[in-house]
Design a protein around this ligand. Structure first.
Ligand code: FNR
Length: 184
């Protein structure tokens, strides 16, 4: 079934390994799935004083999440948690009070880091945050990906050693989107 997936990458770096991972995952999807990257680098720091008069970037990000059938969150691990930029985006999307765009939104979390933990702590923090917002998250298989040069090829595809796992992970996510969208 054709569907639209919003992708939120937690890193602001132009060299982000998580952004590269996100683009490689897009290549594994069937042609009837469309992806839209949700940029979070131009969001102001969240301040509820601005709830009544949100910045254009805030309106854009909320509208992109709203319009998507599901959200794929690709998070780095910074100091054993998610980057501040990603938490800031999560807070924006959850507000103003009563207009929480995370509620009943279908989602999945994935991430990579060069460390052996493969961004597991950040992914679990993000899961805890979004569970509290009522996001319907894919519950495994966990994808704690240790970044090595072999994870992605020079042309930006998933490397041979991880392809079967990540193809299966993405297929499960897309099936999860269909199942939960049908229930809604
Ligand atoms: C890191 N890094 C890191 N890695 C990890 O596995 N656990 C951690 O707690 C941290 N902490 C951390 C803090 C800060 C401020 C930075 C900048 C980095 C290393 C991190 O995984 C690595 O820089 C990745 O390249 C970050 O992903 P992106 O931003 O390239 O997608």
């Amino acid at each position: 079934m054709g569907k639209k997936i919003a992708i939120m990458v937690g890193s602001l770096s132009s060299k982000s390994i998580n952004r590269r991972l996100a683009h490689a995952l897009v290549k594994l999807a069937p042609a009837d799935v469309t992806f839209e990257f949700v940029e979070i680098g131009d969001l102001p720091l969240y301040n509820y004083d601005d709830d009544a008069n949100p910045a254009e970037s805030v309106k854009r990000v909320k509208a992109q999440i709203n319009a998507a059938d599901a959200v794929l969150l690709v998070t780095p691990e910074y100091n054993r948690s998610i980057p501040a930029a990603l938490k800031n985006a999560v807070d924006h999307v959850s507000r103003p009070y009563g207009d929480n765009t995370w509620k009943n939104k279908i989602g999945a979390i994935i991430g990579t880091s060069p460390g052996g933990v493969g961004a597991a702590l950040a992914q679990n923090h993000l899961r805890q945050v979004l569970n509290a917002q009522g996001t319907i998250l894919l519950q495994g298989p966990d994808a704690y990906l240790q970044f090595t040069d072999a994870l992605l090829t020079a042309d930006g595809s998933v490397g041979e050693g991880s392809r079967a796992f990540l193809q299966s992970w993405l297929d499960k996510f897309l099936a999860f989107v269909d199942t939960n969208a049908a229930k809604a």
